[in-house]
Design a protein around this ligand. Sequence first.
Ligand code: ADP
Ligand code: ZN
Length: 605
Amino acid sequence: MHDASEVLSRIFGYDSFRGEQQEIIDHVVGGGDALVLMPTGGGKSLCYQIPALVRPGVGVVISPLIALMQDQVDALQALGVRAGFLNSTLSIDERQLVEAEFLAGELDLLYLAPEGLSSGSAMRLLERGKISLFAIDEAHCVSQWGHDFRPDYLALSVLHERWPDVPRIALTATATTATRREIAQRLELTGARHFVSSFDRPNIQYRIVPKNDPKKQLLELLRTEHAGDAGIVYCLSRASVEKTAEFLVQQGIEALPYHAGLDAATRAANQSRFLREDGLVMVATIAFGMGIDKPDVRFVAHLDLPKSVEGYYQETGRAGRDGQPSTAWLAYGLQDVVQQRKMIDSSAGDAAYRRGLAAHLDAMLALCETVQCRRVQLLNYFGQTAEPCGNCDTCLNPPEQWDGTVPAQKLLSTVLRLQRERNQRFGAGQSIDILLGRRTDKVAQHRHDELTVFGIGTELQESEWRGVVRQLLAQGLLAVQGEHGTLALTDASADVLGRKRQVMMRREPERPARSSGSSRKAAAATAVAELPAEAQPLFERLRAWRAATAKEQGVPAYVVFHDATLREIAAQAPDSLAKLRLISGVGENKLAKYGDGILEVLAEA
Ligand code: ADP
Ligand code: ZN
């Protein structure tokens, strides 16, 4: 048997464990069950890969991410780990080869799609081999918000019945207590030890900005802060994915679309290019991204409001897995709220289901409208405490709070008068036109200039009024209804109209926060020492060598070496294999495979 630290250094080339990795690994190596909650990029994979290498037998990894299994296995093989996978993409011959390797004990790790297990043949195969552990990745798929793979995941409780002595480790980056409880219960992991890490991702800078001209705002972000970087842009609809990708391409930015309406081959090709090439932008619906373990995604931008804080955190979590400074940017406006409320109202499902959706949306809106540190609010949502972070928009450029009670009353009373005196309902635009005293055709047609509230709101500009409406919606003091998103009062509106309740609002800072290099770097979690300017050309050479090597071997660039490893090589310029081996991320196998190539690049330079 190998000792875990020895495996960490020899195979993976790392010199120390991160966070709770060591404790988790010791527990599983000792035969214990574990439920591991760790944020994306926290280092979950090692928690089962190392025990699988240390314990006798094959580690079986259940993962729903069929499209990514090949890359995961390639990455392990590049480290010299004997890994294979079984899923529906294999030919019969390939399948038989992997099965034979499994039975002969020639694998350390076997990746399996969950649907394989419900079929009897996979179970029979597993029964004939020796299993060291079961790892259940993306374990939140058992919960009700996990949708797609749920039935297959629910069937995983049989593992415990058939293999009571084989340790099981369930892993997820989805964090609420309710989800955790459900995972433990559904997978019959009742005796498992829970390992809950901090969910903070200190290297990600969170920013939420009012949406004015989203395409232009996005372009500015990409041009000024993320030129040449890989990143993901999330949009709500397929149409907006297409339009946004097209727009970016017109602007000279290499962007690819991804949504469920594209055929499988195009989706696979776009995903593969995103993973393999440097600096591509993926414009996608949330159909994209689960399990994407590209370490150098530098930004995640949302052009539409996510439906829940969980979703937002998962999606933004795809940035900066390598611990380097990254940006999570969201543009959000009144129209988002109206649209999402409409979608909830018209969704299939019973009242309780709709209430669940509404509660998720409310939590997301509260995050958007907070005047406090975004990170504090996010972590609180997941039941964890934090100090103001210094690396989010509200910390970097605090918004003012102002007493918006009077404007709130004016707006609510406009809605009330339209309803009471005219028996009419309108959207936000008409109420704002009335308050601003605009004699539009629609105002004239409905004689809204005769209302007593006509023209009483000239102290604010239109954009400010939209902010007022948005914040009233976020605070539940106003509602939107029906297909046209008309405004309506809520029970709580009466308190504001009756002067029993004060309404505090957020005023956007004049200049929206922009990441200054220094604050981002100061906050980066595991940022390597900044690359000295003279090492930059060497780093570029190493990247070019990596791109060529990866292409030749048909693997993503990061499977060869991560950016962080290349950067350290550039900074230290080791002149021998022995010195190269000391660099984080250079294990025995990669040294043997790439060592001479690297030294050659260094010698040439
Ligand atoms: P997760 O699955 O939790 O999102 P991964 O297992 O993909 O995270 O790990 C994220 C990154 O951190 C990977 O690039 C991995 O190689 C690296 N990593 C994990 N553990 C360590 C460690 N102990 N030392 C250095 N790097 C690590
Ligand atoms: Zn903050």
